[in-house]
Design a protein around this ligand. Structure first.
Ligand code: TXA
Ligand code: MG
Length: 330
């Protein structure tokens, strides 16, 4: 990983997400500071969406390429309508899935408050109304849109606890609101409300559920076609330090095992470490454990992390997407 530029944050405060913590976090955002907070999907790193200086510091803190646009988080649908133009598809999806782990990419309104730097110069904006009570309280207290990528160093595994955020970003951001472990565990599903509704990233709302509401299939851009509209979908992403080997049917000496279901693998008794995403084969449980277990196995300094096959339906689509990127050549 290339060294990150120095930042000027003297101290990263960790506060419980009680009313005093939420007030401190809202005040920090208003001053142009950087605040990590829980959402139902993963912890986000928030900045005032209207403050270009704060957004520039956010990109620097994450080491994120500035061409990669951010999601604007708002407290409710009324606030979303002030920044994005809703067509019939967007109306249906917002009614069905907000608040919740769905992000809509919409044309910007004429007076959209989100800074150009956050939308990477696109004429669209990605919007999400998170369902987490702490995220909602923070957005309501702050009173404007908050851009928030996942609160990790760019390209690294996404954080599902405050401790994960501390491990990546201590000394680089102002404040972390600790709201305990998250409930979904993979990022939001991103749908582009274009001529045809398009799945830009699988995530916490299964694509089957979205297609059922729309009564039509989502378009799925090819990997190359997705690059300009969702540059966050870089091939290598969510990556632990160790190599990741997918669809493992046996274990090589020195490997750690990320298991799924009740089957035992040949060689698993000699594994450097074993964690099971869900012994009962429950995909929602597997999603909540995915990023935390990748971090935990990475800490074992194994030769590689071998991952058992995971079904592709429901949340399995998002889990397999993140694993493919974790395994991609760096
Ligand atoms: O669950 C989530 O979505 C989390 C939590 C914190 O809300 N956030 C998150 O943000 O995953 P991030 O920055 O890691 O991913 C944002 C994705 C990127 O793939 C980016 O390219 C895409 O959203 N994106 C943002 N604006 C876009 C736009 N106008 N058009 C297409 N894609 C966009
Ligand atoms: Mg991310």
């Amino acid at each position: 990983m290339t060294p990150l530029p120095e930042t000027t944050v003297p101290e990263t405060r960790l506060l419980p997400a009680d009313p005093a913590g939420i007030d401190a976090a809202a005040a920090t955002l208003a001053r142009g500071g950087l605040v990590a907070f829980p959402t139902e999907t993963v912890y986000g790193l928030g900045a005032d969406a209207a403050n270009a200086g704060a957004i520039a510091r956010l990109y620097a803190a994450k080491g994120r390429p500035a061409f990669n646009p951010l999601i604007a988080h708002v407290a409710d649908l009324a606030a979303a309508r002030r920044i994005g133009r809703f067509d019939a598809t967007a109306e249906k999806l917002a009614a069905a899935f907000w608040p919740g782990p769905l992000t809509l990419v919409l044309p910007k309104t004429a007076d959209c408050a989100v800074a150009e730097l956050a939308t990477a110069g696109l004429d669209t904006v990605a919007i999400r109304v998170p369902a987490h009570p702490i995220a909602h309280a923070l957005l309501a207290a702050f009173g404007g849109p908050v851009v928030a990528p996942s609160a990790n160093i760019s390209g690294h595994v996404s954080p599902t606890t405050a401790a994960h955020v501390q491990a990546d970003l201590t000394g680089r951001i102002d404040l972390i609101l600790d709201g305990g472990p998250v409930h979904v565990g993979v990022e939001s599903t991103i749908v582009g409300c274009f001529d045809r509704p398009t799945l830009l990233r699988p995530g916490g709302v299964p694509s089957e559920a979205i297609e059922a509401v729309l009564g039509e299939r989502l378009a799925r851009p090819s990997a190359e076609a997705a690059a300009p509209s969702a540059p966050g979908m870089l091939a290598s992403h969510y990556a632990p330090r160790a190599a990741v080997r997918l669809e493992a049917t046996s274990l090589a000496p020195g490997e750690a095992l990320l298991a799924f279901g009740s089957q035992t693998l040949h060689g698993a008794d000699r594994a450097a470490a074993v964690l099971n995403l869900s012994p009962t084969g429950d995909l929602a449980e597997a999603a909540t454990h995915l990023f935390g277990y990748l971090r935990a196995l990475d800490a074992k300094d194994a030769r590689a992390i071998a991952v058992m096959a995971i079904p592709h339906e429901g949340l399995g689509e998002a889990i397999n997407d993140r694993l493919r990127r974790a395994a991609a050549p760096r």
